[in-house]
Ligand binder design. Structure first.
Ligand SMILES: C[S@@+](CC[C@H](N)C(=O)[O-])C[C@H]1O[C@@H](n2cnc3c(N)ncnc32)[C@H](O)[C@@H]1O
Length: 257
């Protein structure tokens, strides 16, 4: 099986991802590199096109939906879907360690959330702040048998699964998550984010082919991502070296009934 990673020359954010709370993540990635704009685009798209569907599913199932955030960090992607967080909401709460455990807006639908990441400090923060109801700390590239089994069950029972940051994870592990999610029995939607150039256009195309085999296409939404730092761009060479911005493409697909 392929262990192919994206050919990524990203700067190393490990210390940011392991800080005790979201404040470094907010200032160094979301604000400084403009990631926060992408969050608001997703939140507004979700409010207009996804939340009505999710609320209807919760009504029909007569229970809270199960929302899984893979490689969740501090929960910025969860907050855009479950709490419709805009840029001003992140600024109000995530910018300071005196406010970051408060939520600027309540959840917009009946939902139970699970955050999955290898950073225990990010998960602890997300739970304490009320973003995640449950957390699972694991290294997606080194899953034990029991972790893989438990993650399979979580993906299977998820009604919404969001997965970004694919560049960190081996291709076959991402494929497994797609496969596990597609095997679920309840209504379900996957929200998967592709980043150019970080995730590699060829690798992204293979993920898209698999998604289209296993699930039903719902929508794609283009957007900007973080600024591409000059030295990262230079390392990508002549093909991508002139880019100033990373671009983001969200794909949404539903389970086939
Ligand atoms: C940029 S953050 C993602 C936050 C959010 N999902 C987004 O895309 O904006 C990347 C996260 O991936 C996590 N991560 C990196 N490698 C991982 C691995 N092998 N297994 C699990 N999580 C990993 C990091 O700890 C970090 O929290």
């Amino acid at each position: 099986m392929s262990k192919y990673y994206a050919k990524t020359y990203k700067q190393d954010f490990t210390a940011v991802f392991n800080h005790k709370d979201c404040t470094r993540y907010y200032h160094e990635l979301m604000k400084e590199l403009d990631l926060v704009e992408r969050s608001e685009i997703v939140a507004k798209y979700s409010e207009r096109c996804l939340l009505p569907i999710f609320k209807q599913w919760a009504l029909e199932l007569n229970k809270p939906l199960k929302f899984v955030d893979m490689m969740c960090a501090y929960g910025n992607d969860t907050l855009v879907y479950t709490n419709a967080y805009y840029q001003e909401d992140f600024a109000k709460t995530w910018a300071s360690d005196s406010t970051c455990y408060q939520l600027a807006k309540p959840r917009q639908l009946p939902v139970e959330t699970l955050g999955v990441d290898k950073s225990e400090s990010a998960l602890q923060f997300g739970k304490k702040a009320g973003i995640f109801d449950k957390t699972q700390a694991l290294d997606m590239n080194n899953l034990s048998e029991s972790e893989a089994q438990s993650l399979k069950e979580q993906c299977h029972s998820a009604n919404t699964l969001t997965m970004n940051s694919l560049g960190y994870i081996q291709e076959d592990q991402i494929n497994k998550v797609i496969d596990w999610f597609s095997g679920g029995l309840e209504p379900g939607m996957i929200a998967i984010g592709f980043v150019y150039p970080y995730d590699g256009p060829e690798r992204v195309s293979r993920f898209k082919q698999l998604l289209l085999e296993k699930l039903k296409f719902f929508a794609s939404v283009p957007m900007t991502n973080i600024k591409l730092i000059e030295r990262e761009g230079a390392k990508y060479g002549p093909e991508f070296g002139t880019w100033k911005t990373c671009y983001y493409e969200m794909w949404y697909l539903t389970r086939i009934a």
